[in-house]
Design a protein around this ligand. Structure first.
Ligand code: SF4
Length: 331
């Protein structure tokens, strides 16, 4: 990192903090607390969800229901899933619940200890330590990574190198606002496409501003095609589901997997999920192997079911007479 000397860093830090003071997203509730649980919760929610949805819908409601780590620990997992309903990626909710049990009321205050808890990776541990405790450490999310790659002209560098640059660049006088400023800069100015370099506080010393989009080129996505076969068993207004243990839908309720039974086919549909392109077949079955959870059809939408299972429900309600009648009776 020879391109930038200490004086340049000092000036960049000052300009960045000044910009943050004027333009930063100061009103986000998790930026106005040093309650580690609140900071932790916000970071977990923000991993896959837009800031405005977390701020307006999920974060306040979740905290109202589970105001402390103890309250979360003592709640049944079903209640946690219900409060998480609509946010998706239920593994996050399960990890929150496990973490509350593991740390008994208080989150640890070091990166090393945080990394030992369920579902806490490098980014989350750093964010908790920096934003919640003001520790002088780097935080690298996708927005910050993009800013740093451009600012230091880091083409095709590994994550490790990026973290090394982030470490050198931390403003030790005010690490919290420094990292929040970089985060907001990536989110508001240094955009993936058409970054607003003219409005950027780092434009004087940025090495990547000539061709900023060069630093956001991503590898072409590779997709995996799969066929999946599920059994449908409904009795007395309840449907048989199972807790998934495969990586795709881990810890969510799914229809039970079965072998293909072409003469019992109810519906076929296509579904995309992350890198998977799925051909899904639903069969009417009379029995299921393994442990079954019977879910009332009325409560189907409240259960932690995958997007695939939701789509299956739509196909079932069109084609499977029992469910159609049942749903019609309830409307
Ligand atoms: S000058 Fe442009 S490319 Fe460089 S950090 Fe600012 S917005 Fe990003």
């Amino acid at each position: 990192m020879q391109q930038k000397d200490t004086q340049q860093f000092y000036e960049a830090h000052q300009t960045l903090l000044h910009w943050y003071k004027q333009h930063g997203r100061h009103t986000l509730p998790w930026r106005n607390t040093q309650n580690l649980y609140h900071v932790y919760l916000s970071e977990i929610m923000l991993q896959q969800t837009q800031v405005s949805r977390v701020r307006d819908e999920y974060y306040p409601q979740f905290l109202e229901k589970f105001p402390t780590l103890d309250a979360l620990r003592d709640a049944p997992l079903d209640d946690v899933f219900a409060a998480w309903s609509g946010l998706g990626y239920y593994r996050r909710a399960k990890n929150l619940h496990s973490c509350a049990k593991e740390c008994v009321g208080v989150l640890p205050q070091s990166e090393t200890e945080l990394l030992e808890l369920s579902g806490i990776g490098q980014y989350t541990a750093s964010a908790i330590c920096c934003f919640g405790l003001g520790q002088s450490i780097p935080v690298v999310d996708t927005n910050i990574a993009r800013v740093l790659k451009r600012y230091f002209s880091l083409l095709n560098q590994t994550d490790k190198t990026l973290w090394q640059y982030a470490t050198k660049f931390v403003n030790e006088t005010d690490p919290r606002h420094h990292n929040l400023a970089l985060m907001d800069l990536g989110s508001l100015i240094c955009l993936p496409k058409n970054p607003k370099c003219d409005a950027c506080p780092l434009k004087e010393t940025c090495l990547g501003k000539i061709e900023p989009e060069l630093y956001t080129q991503t590898k072409k996505k590779e997709y995996i095609a799969m066929e999946l076969f599920f059994g449908v068993l409904i009795k007395e207004g309840k449907i048989a589901l199972q807790l998934s243990d495969d990586n795709m839908y881990k810890d969510m309720l799914v229809l039970p997997k079965v072998e293909p039974l072409e003469d019992k086919l109810i519906a076929k549909f296509k579904h995309s999920y992350t890198k998977y392109r799925l051909d899904v077949h639903l069969y009417e079955v009379e029995e299921i192997c393994g442990e079954i959870l019977w879910i009332d059809l009325d409560k189907f939408d409240l259960a932690p079911i995958s997007s695939l299972t939701k789509k299956a429900k739509l196909h079932l309600s069109k084609k499977y007479l029992f469910m159609e009648r049942h749903l019609a009776q309830r409307q």
